[in-house]
Write a protein that binds this ligand. Structure first.
Ligand code: SF4
Length: 604
């Protein structure tokens, strides 16, 4: 058994992770242990996946370097730092590459916020597949590991909007060894330990291949949050105590559960099975207690349960010395870097479970929060930074008012699809005034002049504590507050797993009262979705009338995009709700445009 979570001695953190041999030489590194290939520019900020995983590896004794946005017609860019010792990690970047490239109407986007100068076209379509192919050419037989949102959400059979087809797991298309799905810090470290152990057992220089060596595949079942091709018999007789380590603990005498998902072929034959598979995957991530298996083309795709970081581990991670800037080799600024440079992530996960959102499949619904002390230390580090001008643009997470949220029941047995819908679950506990207290403490750090909450706040949850809402409106809204009602028709909201229209109206009433009482003219910016499955033209007209009654011009209207791996994509593809009832779906671009324009260009 490999030493899955034991660490080697930490290395000194470099100013930036190396992107060239010269930088490796300066660090005294003769070889990388792990090469990370990313579709985003390298911005040394904890919101960028390659930066956070690279620094995490270094903190645990592994030498990590980054190749960002390589040319994809030849493998040369990947060779610039030599062959890594353990594996190549591949990510498309912060977004699915198809979403990054195309609008909801499948036309090309003209910019890319994750690229120097905001230039479009610096990463290929289906970047994970293309980069994995480059890695195979550059480093034959070296394990290839996929990660990030593109690989995570495409880990099983999924609907691909851009080709209007079902696709098998991206693991097979990329011919990679495994996927580290979700937030991968624990998984990548366990994997590095595992490969290092295999190498030392077999002798340096002998490349481990998980496909070729059954021993390799067998070892993977103890790594959390992994998808790999294996043998079900390897996991069917193991016990829960041997499953990936989770901090909730397990009963070692209990046999590990296996969730058998509809096979790829069954889904191809009956699209409704995509819904069954997607709902089962949501439960798999949320309960984090079982293996999941999908048969595909005669092989078994095995998913181990995820195991998110603890508060202490998150604190350790966010204390790493990120410079918060793009790598100095870039001549042009990276727009996303400017936007988030002085923001603080307080937690991961979102209890909302909205059916269109990728978060449920990626970070999960359970909230993992940093400690207040860790967040304050990060604010203090800003104040000491020469480029910090005094404004913290955001202190939040997927939903800003879920920091510190927890389930008081046993989430590993929870069958609900959302902690917020149809109403806030009585077991979801969060002290929102603690969040206010935290924000006030951050605002009082010497050198900090403004603190804003730019992450959306979950309005149904905010209404549970009017003191919280009052404090946010008065102290931390910078003129505009983003709220995501998404729609105003009850049945569409139910399909989205969003609260009813009366909840948003009540929120607005209190928001307006508080702004008036504070003498601050402020506005809510409502985020809305057009052409959602189940939504009709009449629903879009209803939404338009509601907005015009308030004298509002719709500003943030997104035409629905069925994102891989989401329940909403299954609704769109199969034309059914989660219970299997038929629903109308605007499917063609013309139908979708008509619905979208009913709101953004009424009368056109
Ligand atoms: S019991 Fe309630 S709070 Fe706990 S995970 Fe389930 S829905 Fe969320």
């Amino acid at each position: 058994m490999p030493n899955q979570l034991e660490n080697t001695a930490p290395l000194a953190q470099p100013d930036f992770l190396p992107m060239s041999r010269k930088e490796m030489d300066r660090l005294g590194w003769d070889q990388l242990d792990v090469l990370l290939v990313s579709g985003d520019a390298y911005v040394d900020h904890p919101s960028f996946g390659a930066a956070i995983l690279g620094r995490w590896l270094v903190a645990h004794g592994y030498r990590a370097g980054i190749v960002a946005q390589p040319r994809w017609t030849m493998p040369d860019d990947l060779l610039c730092m030599g062959r890594p010792r353990l594996f190549t990690g591949v990510t498309a970047g912060a977004m699915d590459s198809m979403l990054a490239h195309y609008t909801p109407f499948r036309t090309k986007r003209h910019d890319d916020a994750y690229t120097p100068g905001g230039q479009a076209g610096r990463r290929p379509n289906r970047a994970c597949v293309v980069y994995a192919n480059l890695a195979r050419q550059a480093f034959p037989k070296l394990p290839i590991v996929l990660g990030g949102i593109e690989a995570s959400l495409r880990r099983l059979t999924h609907y691909d909007f851009w080709t209007d087809k079902l696709r098998r797991s991206i693991l097979l298309d990329a011919k990679a060894d495994l996927i580290l799905y979700g937030m991968a810090e624990r998984g990548i470290l366990a994997l590095a330990n595992c490969v290092a152990d295999i190498l030392s057992a077999r002798g340096e220089g002998v490349p481990p291949s998980f496909h070729a060596a059954r021993t390799g595949a067998r070892l993977l079942h103890v790594i959390p949050g992994v998808a790999y091709i294996g043998d079900v018999s390897d996991i069917s007789d193991i016990h829960a105590g041997e499953t990936p380590a989770t901090h909730e603990g397990k009963m070692p005498s209990t046999r590990a559960d296996i969730i058998h998902l509809p096979s790829h072929e069954e889904i191809l034959a009956d699209g409704r099975k995509l819904m069954d598979a997607t709902l089962a995957m949501e439960r798999h991530v949320h309960q984090a207690a079982a293996f999941a298996v999908q048969q595909v083309e005669g092989r078994s795709l095995i998913l181990t349960p995820p195991s998110p970081l603890t508060t202490e581990e998150l604190d350790e991670l966010y204390a790493l010395p990120f410079t918060r800037r793009p790598h100095p080799s870039y001549k042009l600024t990276v727009p996303a870097s400017d936007m988030i440079a002085w923001s603080i992530t307080t937690h991961r996960g979102c209890g909302g479970g909205c059916s269109f959102c990728t978060l449920a499949g990626h970070q999960g619904r359970r909230i993992r929060s940093r400690s207040a002390a860790s967040i304050l230390r990060e604010a203090e580090s800003f104040a000491a930074h020469k480029n910090f001008a005094g404004s913290i643009s955001d202190v939040g997470g997927p939903s800003a008012n879920m920091w510190g949220g927890r389930c008081t029941a046993d989430a590993s047995r929870c069958g609900r699809a959302s902690c917020m819908f149809p109403e806030v679950c009585p077991n979801f506990q969060v002290d929102q005034m603690r969040i206010v207290e935290l924000l006030r403490r951050v605002a009082s750090v010497q050198g900090v002049r403004h603190v804003r909450v730019a992450s959306g706040i979950r309005h149904d949850l905010a209404l549970k504590d009017l003191d919280y809402l009052r404090a946010i409106v008065r102290e931390f809204v910078g003129g505009q507050l983003k709220i995501a009602p998404e729609h105003l028709s009850e049945h569409v909201l139910t399909l989205m797993r969003k609260p009813g229209p009366e909840v948003f109206e009540r929120f607005l009433e209190i928001f307006d009262q508080e702004c008036a009482a504070a003498g601050k003219p402020q506005f809510v910016i409502p985020y809305l979705i057009s052409a959602f499955p189940g939504c009709t033209l009449a629903d879009m007209h209803h939404l338009g009338r509601w907005l015009s009654k308030r004298g509002w011009q719709p500003q943030q209207v997104q035409c629905f995009i069925p994102l891989p791996g989401t329940v909403a994509a299954a609704m769109y593809y199969a034309g059914i709700d989660p219970e299997g009832n038929p629903i109308p779906v605007a499917r063609t671009d013309a139908q979708r445009l008509k619905m979208h324009y009913a709101l953004v260009k009424p009368g056109s």
